[in-house]
Design a protein around this ligand. Structure first.
Ligand SMILES: Nc1nc2c(ncn2[C@@H]2O[C@H](COP(=O)(O)OP(=O)(O)OP(=O)(O)O)[C@@H](O)[C@H]2O)c(=O)[nH]1
Ligand SMILES: [Zn+2]
Length: 204
C-alpha cells in the first residue's frame, strides 16, 4: 500500500482496475521511448495515467441499462430527441480519444425516461475501449431493451485523434455512424423525421 493512497479525497483503490500494474507498465513505456522515469516532470506520470485509465475505462464495470430502470407513464407517443450529447471515448486500436456528439431519438410506447438517463447510457458505453460503430449499436440496443419503445435512432458524429494527430493526419475529418431499430428502420417517414429533427434531413 502506498503512502499517497489518498489524494484529493479520492481513493486509489478502484474496483477492477490494477492501478499499480498500469503504473509499472507506464514506467516501462517511459523507459522504452528513451525517457527517464525519474525526471522530475515524469515522476508522477505513471500514477496520473493509471488514474486516468481508471476514469476513462470506468464504463467497463457499469451496466448502462441500470439508468433506464425507472421510467414513467406519460401517454406521450411522439418522437423524443436528445441531440448533441457530447462524448469522449477511447479508440480501442490506438487508445487515443475519439470525441464528438451523439444524437438519440426514440418513439415511446407511452412510457418515457428522464432525459438525462439517455446521456448517462452514452457515458457508460463511451468509457470503454471502443469502436464508433460498436458504441452506436450498443446505445441503440440498450435503449431498445431498456425502454421497449416502438423504435430508436442513433447518430454519432466524431473526430478520431488517431486519424487527426497521427497516422493519416486528416484534421477536421468527421466520422458519422448510425443505428436504427424498430420503426426508425422500417418506416421512411419516421427515419426522415428523426434526421430532420437532428438537423441531418434531406435538403430541399
Ligand atoms: N471502423 C473503425 N475504425 C477505426 C475506429 N477507430 C480507429 N479506427 C481505424 O482502425 C484502423 C487500424 O488500422 P491498422 O492498419 O491496424 O493500424 P495503423 O497502422 O495504426 O493504421 P493507420 O491509422 O492507418 O496508421 C485504422 O484504419 C483506424 O483509422 C473506429 O471507431 N471504427
Ligand atoms: Zn485509433
Amino acid at each position: 500500500m502506498r503512502v499517497d493512497a489518498e489524494r484529493n479525497g479520492t481513493t486509489r483503490v478502484r474496483p477492477g482496475v490494477a492501478l499499480e500494474r498500469i503504473e509499472a507498465a507506464v514506467r516501462e513505456i517511459i523507459e522504452a521511448i528513451g525517457e527517464d522515469p525519474g525526471r522530475e516532470g515524469l515522476q508522477e506520470t505513471p500514477r496520473r495515467i493509471a488514474e486516468m485509465y481508471a476514469e476513462l475505462f470506468s464504463g467497463l464495470r457499469e451496466d448502462p441499462a441500470r439508468h433506464l430502470a425507472v421510467s414513467f407513464e406519460e401517454g406521450h407517443d411522439e418522437m423524443v430527441i436528445v441531440k448533441e450529447i457530447p462524448f469522449y471515448s477511447m479508440c480501442e486500436h490506438h487508445f487515443m480519444p475519439f470525441h464528438g456528439a451523439v444524437h438519440v431519438g426514440y418513439l415511446p410506447r407511452g412510457r418515457v425516461v428522464g432525459i438525462s438517463k439517455v446521456a448517462r447510457v452514452v457515458e457508460d458505453l463511451a468509457r470503454r475501449p471502443q469502436l464508433q460503430e460498436r458504441l452506436t449499436t450498443q446505445v441503440a440496443d440498450t435503449l431498445m431493451q431498456g425502454l421497449e419503445p416502438r423504435g430508436v435512432g442513433v447518430v454519432i458524429e466524431a473526430e478520431h485523434t488517431c486519424m487527426t494527430a497521427r497516422g493519416v493526419r486528416k484534421p477536421g475529418s468527421r466520422i458519422v455512424t448510425s443505428a436504427t431499430r424498430g420503426l426508425f428502420r422500417e418506416n421512411m417517414a419516421t427515419r426522415h423525421e428523426f434526421l430532420s429533427l437532428i438537423g441531418r434531413g434531406l435538403k430541399g
